[in-house]
Design a protein around this ligand. Structure first.
Ligand SMILES: *Cc1c(COP(=O)(O)O)cnc(C)c1O
Length: 446
């Protein structure tokens, strides 16, 4: 790479130094620190449409979209206006307000759940849904899948994907905490099975199903890189209910992204509970969980399962979510456009890599995509173990080339990128031009 052409990162470097002095690792969420790709994380000054501008004034084409929420692009005029209008009425009441009702009506109408409860993050949504499942069933174990990430609640930081993918895997059904501070006794209440392995799930359910309150899963995995479920695995997931187990779809990433009805709608799933986050808040902090009335009515004050939040249902956040979902509902063609862009991007990456002699295996669905640096047929990467075979050093090199060319890809091999409605054909061509140069710069086998 020709270093003399690279833009300055002096201000980001200075801010990062200040941040490290006052915040652990200089960031408020680990993957932002660029640890797995190296270099200085860019401090972002502003974002509009599909572009970010950093503290040094460098503009990037953004494929992170705040890790999923910005499906309409940044600073969408209608969302900005909705927030501005809510702002004139005060920012928090600690009492019910009409916007909460409107967003709940919209979510139930779109997704078909009977009831929904709003919280402030995806983590809170999954944590609360599991407490509800335990309260409803009177059972204490939960089951999750290796490499799936459901936020950072204690019992879910077990074999938990994404930034935690360096941890060694234990035997099936046996839970190893992926974080210090999670007691083994607590992790022991979380059973683990392999994603996309229906036989392993059936076996574990036959042995332990009667003790399990809920099976929680990413209906399409984004947090080990993109992994797509097989029909056989989805059928096995639905069979867990024969054991009196609740099925919890974690749609925090996929909800309102893979279709208006999320992955659940796209794949024909019928979970008992669903968790949302990211898009549901339109770029402000919102999470939610919802489902059947008989289960949801176990939540306090209606039922015995306690869950609360000082800022839950915040009027600004509700306004942003409502504006976002209304735009998505009113533009049914959007999902097809996102999918077409992503499909062309996938094909372009494959051929650019092939031309340069770089090995690559691309998984994509809807507007989510991961290009794994490994020699595997496209679509054959289905499990955490498959994903983990990727060449992370090659990915890091490619990422830096792309960043140097103004393309801001997700700074980890084990993340999805996100395409938004603000990405244009011009952006697509610019991305593929940069990718060709970046793969060539990697010095592949050719
Ligand atoms: C992002 C994410 C979460 C956690 O949401 P936060 O808002 O970061 O707490 C949970 N589950 C999935 C599938 C996610 O992608």
């Amino acid at each position: 790479m020709t270093t003399e052409s690279l833009p300055s990162t002096a201000r980001s470097e200075a801010l990062f130094a200040r941040a490290r002095a006052v915040t652990p690792g200089g960031v408020n969420s680990p993957v932002r620190a660029f640890r797995s790709v190296g270099g200085t994380p860019r401090f972002i000054r502003e974002a509009h449409g599909a572009h970010l501008t950093d503290a040094d004034g460098t503009r990037y084409l953004d494929y992170i979209g705040s890790w999923g929420p910005m499906i309409l692009g940044h600073d969408h005029p209608a969302v900005r206006e909705a927030i501005a209008s809510a702002l004139t009425g005060g920012t928090s009441f600690g009492a019910p307000n009409e916007r909460e009702v409107q967003l709940a009506e919209t979510v139930t109408r779109i997704t078909g759940v009977d009831r929904v409860r709003f919280v402030n993050s995806g983590t809170e949504a999954t944590m609360s849904a599991l407490r509800l499942a335990r309260g409803f069933t009177g059972r204490k174990y939960i089951l999750k899948f290796r490499g799936n990430y459901h936020g950072h609640a204690d019992g879910l930081l077990v074999e938990a994907g994404s930034g935690l993918m360096t941890n060694a895997a234990g035997a099936l059904g046996q839970a190893a905490p992926s974080s210090a501070g999670v007691p083994q006794e607590y992790a022991a209440l979380t059973l683990v099975s392999e994603y996309n392995d229906p036989a392993a799930l059936d076996t574990l359910m036959a042995e332990r199903g009667h003790e399990v309150a809920a099976v929680i899963f990413e209906p399409v995995v984004g947090n080990a890189g993109v992994l797509i479920p097989t029909p056989e695995f989805l059928a096995a997931l639905h069979r867990v209910r024969e054991h009196g187990v609740l099925l919890i779809a974690d749609e925090v990433m996929t909800g309102f992204r893979l279709s208006l009805k999320g992955a659940t709608g796209l794949l024909g799933l019928t979970p008992d509970l669903t968790c949302w986050g990211k898009i549901i808040g339109g770029g402000l902090p919102v999470g939610a969980y919802g489902g059947r009335a008989d289960v949801m009515d176990f939540v306090s004050p209606q039922g015995p399962v306690y869950q609360a939040g000082t800022l839950s249902g915040n009027p600004l956040a509700m306004a942003a979510g409502l504006a976002t979902l209304e735009i998505l509902e009113g533009d049914p063609g959007l999902y097809g456009r996102l999918e077409a862009y992503t499909g062309t991007l996938a094909d372009g990456l494959r051929s650019a890599a092939r031309e340069a002699g770089v090995i690559l295996s691309v998984n994509h669905i809807g507007s989510m995509l991961t290009a794994f640096h490994q020699d595997a047929p496209d679509g054959s990467i289905r499990t955490y173990a498959d994903a983990a075979r990727s060449d992370t050093a090659a990915f890091a090199g490619w990422f830096q080339h792309m960043l140097g060319r103004g393309i801001y890809w997700a700074p980890s091999q084990f993340e999805s990128i996100f395409v938004s409605g603000a990405h244009t054909d011009h952006d697509l061509n610019a991305t593929l031009d940069a990718a060709r140069a970046a793969y060539a710069g990697l010095g592949g086998a050719a």
